[in-house]
Design a protein around this ligand. Sequence first.
Ligand code: SF4
Length: 315
Amino acid sequence: MAEKSMIKFSDGKRFSVLGPSLNRLFGGKVRRIALDAGFTCPVRDGSRGTLGCRYCDALGTRARYVQPECSVREQLALGIAGCVERNLEAQRFIAYFQAYTNTYAPAEQLRSIYAEGLSDSRVVGMAIATRPDCLPDDVLDVLAEFSQRTFLWVEMGLQSSRNETLHAMGRGHSVEEFQMAAERLRQRGIRFCSHVILGLPGDTPEDFWAAARILNESGAWGAKIHNLYIDRDAPLAREWETGSISLMTLEEYAESVAEFLARLSPDILIHRLAGEAPRGRLLAPKWAGHKRAFLRRLDQLLKERDLYQGKFLTE
Ligand code: SF4
């Protein structure tokens, strides 16, 4: 029987990587500028909850360097100037609406906020983080409109393939809502990147593989894969202190990611393979503060086991 050959990925990797793809597309180094446009989330303002997702810190995943008191235009200018000052080479930037739920406002307001994200001619694209329950038709119209103006993608969490886990984590949406939102984005030709967390309490490896299947079927353009870590400002920190939460070791997480990738469509671009806890706020696991060690181990494991993205879909 002829031996199956590995799908070819660029950059010597065993999975498809976002960064080099963007750099090739735009002919040079591209960097993301994280923004906080002053939104909240339906799981914070009482619509679907008040505590936020259990693993999320009070800043709604805002990057440390962002100055939320500034306008989007100012944040963008400061972020770009910071890159230039640190000599980070990039001449092209992605305006990344990252903090909280960046479609949770009336369509007209979103239109003017997103326009500020394009206020610098060096911005070549836009990433908009949101939730499956915050994409009504008029908001989709605005996203479709900006997709025509720039290289836009939406970031949308699935997080778990189990509704019980989503409920326990205070996500305030179901797997079915994710699938419906994905379908509506796809119908309008809006590319999206889905987030999953491997290691939420109650989820098993079979649940991780089910999440890979959901992503494959959703038509996702990209994926961000996260480990569960405990941020000292997240509601989950209190549960972790009681000893009721167990976290993966680096080895367990690397194995889970390797197996997850083997079940994930090779057409999905990998945006991230592990979460990064802000310095000084990480309670556990300690290895989550050493992402490079994890990435090295993942590369080794993929080689040792001859695994690569999509391998199990072609066998
Ligand atoms: S994870 Fe996202 S949706 Fe949940 S509270 Fe944090 S910012 Fe809001």
